[in-house]
Design a protein around this ligand. Structure first.
Ligand SMILES: NC(=O)c1ccc[n+]([C@@H]2O[C@H](COP(=O)([O-])OP(=O)(O)OC[C@H]3O[C@@H](n4cnc5c(N)ncnc54)[C@H](O)[C@@H]3O)[C@@H](O)[C@H]2O)c1
Length: 346
């Protein structure tokens, strides 16, 4: 049976992938330092997965991807028990653009050196399948066109640089042994929402940078008003346009990517994971209000430095290669996100 290591598997993205993979009956080991997540995220897994199956197929390890000894022990232990780790879904990392500008060394250390460590240990145990959580921040979206995988790459902050460097590193690793390494970099656009059963959602321990947790803080009256950064962008209502994708569709893309790697010869690929549809911040707020019948008071603030007006994916390659289609719409994202938040967090 496949035994999959998910680094950062307790985080927002990783926990949704973990749940989806466990539901399919595969084995998962989560390695997470819990710097931005809590073990509590797994508490409700037993509501949707049989406890015996969880006990057999699911393991949580607390630790850092920069800890070589720990990584080695994890691979060694599983190899000895004849359930060698077959693939890695690498979500662990730091993700705040703002903090990366203040503390670039930490970002390069965790995101880049952490990945180099991981890949090195993977190689020594002949585990050569990796799916990496990359990001649309690698692109230069200044033209406002749909971004396809060959669009201009030009990260403008340390976070984006670390994503790009890791992508290149994996490409070099693949090139160095083309008949062995299978690598897919999934470039996420803007995942929002929560799993439809309300088991898990987005609850970062560190500062909230993503839009959706902030909208939900306003919805729950924890925050008085939501700030929209800029209303003079080149869009129908002047607010920024982003490509929001339901977290469940994003998680599904990993499962398809894993299947693809299992069934194909070694490959290196970058794939955009978005819906291909742009939504302005104002439209998202209106949709949230209409779907959940809650008012979201907002104010307009200044444009943020380094922001772009429109960031939307050309997702045709991922759809074709992975036979994957994002199924959920903006209403599902708003409904599922609030359903989880209002039942779990408030
Ligand atoms: N959420 C998004 O909008 C988005 C968009 C593009 C790319 N990504 C990337 O996807 C990945 C997951 O993002 P997320 O939104 O789930 O973030 P998250 O912070 O919720 O999850 C990351 C997880 O990694 C863990 N972690 C951090 N440093 C670690 C270390 N050194 N060793 C082990 N674990 C560590 C954290 O505790 C956390 O559980 C990240 O690499 C992020 O850069 C996210």
């Amino acid at each position: 049976m496949e035994n999959i290591l998910i680094t950062g598997g307790a985080g927002y993205v990783g926990s949704h992938i973990t749940l989806n993979i466990l539901k399919r009956g595969l084995k998962v080991i989560v390695l997470d330092s819990f710097v931005n997540s809590s073990k509590d995220v797994f508490n409700n897994f037993c509501k949707v997965i049989d406890k015996k199956i969880l006990k057999r197929n699911f393991k949580i390890i607390t630790g850092d991807i920069r800890d070589r000894k720990l990584l080695n022990d994890i691979f060694e232990d599983n190899a000895k028990r004849e359930c060698a780790i077959s693939s890695v879904i690498h979500c662990a990392g730091l993700k705040s653009v703002q903090t990366s500008i203040i503390n670039p060394k930490e970002y390069w250390d965790v995101n880049v050196l952490g990945t180099m460590n991981l890949v090195d240990i993977m190689e020594s145990y002949s585990c050569k399948k990796i799916i990496f959580s990359s990001s649309a921040t690698v692109y230069d979206p200044s033209e406002g066109d749909l971004l396809h995988e060959n669009s201009r790459i030009s990260p403008i902050n340390p976070y984006g640089s670390t994503k790009f460097v890791v992508e290149k590193f994996l490409e070099d690793i693949h090139k160095s042994s083309k008949n062995e390494w299978k690598c897919i970099n999934l470039r996420y656009f803007n995942p929002i929402g929560a799993d439809p059963e309300g088991i898990i959602g987005e609850s970062p321990l560190k500062e909230k940078n993503n839009i959706f947790p902030l909208i939900m803080d306003v919805a729950s009256k924890k925050l008085e008003k939501f700030t929209i950064f800029g209303n003079d962008w080149d869009s129908s209502d002047g607010t920024c346009v982003r490509d929001y994708i339901h977290i469940d569709d994003l998680a599904e893309s990993h499962i398809r990517a894993l299947e693809y790697l299992n069934n194909n010869t070694p490959v290196f690929m970058n794939l955009n994971v978005g819906t291909g549809e742009g939504t302005s911040v104002l439209e998202l707020i209106k949709k949230f209000e209409e779907t959940n019948q809650i008012s979201i008071p907002f104010i307009y603030g200044e444009r943020r430095k380094g922001d772009f007006g429109t960031v939307v994916a050309d997702n045709r390659l991922a759809k074709k290669v992975l036979a994957w289609i994002p199924k959920k719409d903006l209403k599902d994202m708003c409904k599922d996100g609030w359903n989880w938040f209002s039942n779990t967090i408030i």
